[in-house]
Ligand binder design. Structure first.
Ligand SMILES: Cc1ncc(COP(=O)(O)OP(=O)(O)O)c(N)n1
Ligand code: 3NM
Ligand code: MG
Length: 208
């Protein structure tokens, strides 16, 4: 997918697993898709998450919803789910399967990479990556092993170094601070609790 198209597709990037949802995850995604999210990441991991066959079955239901609404469907971490769920791509962090290996395994898929600091930015094969997830921009309790917040300056630093790479901010982003992230040069915002914990999911998505 062309960079400019992918950048647009990452504007409202919902990241979720059943462990994040107070409502049924399928209903939660349906509401978010109908409200206008542009990309979805299936991130089924951590306390309370599904595993094995149940994880795959939930993934298939969520994949179907994204297909019906032309929403990008990205898998978090799990290389072995990309094919069975016919995902558009995968998102990995610095401690996951390497981007070099992923590019060999799935040359045509979208590969997203988390980058939290200048060392990681300099050490990562950014030329092999389709988009960068920069964060945590603000403090978050959703990811138990999240690093210290880096602030919107980190978005500006990456944009300065890579003027055209598709770039999303992630970490503690909500309807009140998403504008700052976009003004700093991000193409989109990636959120979990701003949607899963919203009183009104439709309003939350529209206001991101
Ligand atoms: C869009 C986006 N950005 C960053 C992350 C974090 O990925 P990672 O560092 O691998 O941590 P986990 O999400 O795997 O706990 C992400 N998932 N999505
Ligand atoms: C999945 C994830 N990755 C992060 C990173 O810093 O790379 S922060 C995070 C959790 C985002 O959840 P919320 O939108 O509820 O803060
Ligand atoms: Mg990961």
């Amino acid at each position: 997918m062309h960079k400019a198209m992918l950048a647009k597709k990452l504007r409202k990037y919902f990241v979720m697993g059943s462990q994040n949802c107070s409502l049924d995850p399928v209903e939660t995604l349906k509401l978010a898709v109908e409200a206008g999210i542009t990309a979805f990441q299936f991130r089924e991991k951590g306390v309370g998450s599904l595993t094995g066959e149940k994880k795959l079955e939930l993934g298939k239901k969520l994949r179907e919803i994204c297909l019906e609404h032309n929403v990008l469907f990205i898998i978090n971490d799990d290389v072995d789910l990309v094919k069975p769920l016919e995902a558009d791509g995968i998102h990995v962090g610095q401690e996951d399967v390497s981007v070099n290996d992923l590019r060999k395994l799935m040359p045509e898929k979208i590969i997203g990479l988390s980058v939290s600091n200048r060392f990681e930015l300099e050490q990562s094969p950014i030329h092999l990556v389709d988009y960068v997830g920069a964060g945590p921009i603000f403090s978050t309790t959703t990811k138990s092993d999240a690093k210290a917040p880096v602030g919107i300056e980190w978005i500006k630093a990456i944009r300065n170094e890579y003027p055209s790479i598709p770039l999303v901010g992630i970490g503690g982003i909500n309807t009140t601070n998403a504008g700052q992230v976009m003004s700093a040069g991000a193409d989109g915002v990636a959120v979990i609790s701003a949607i899963t914990k919203a009183e009104n999911i439709e309003k939350a998505v529209k206001n991101l």
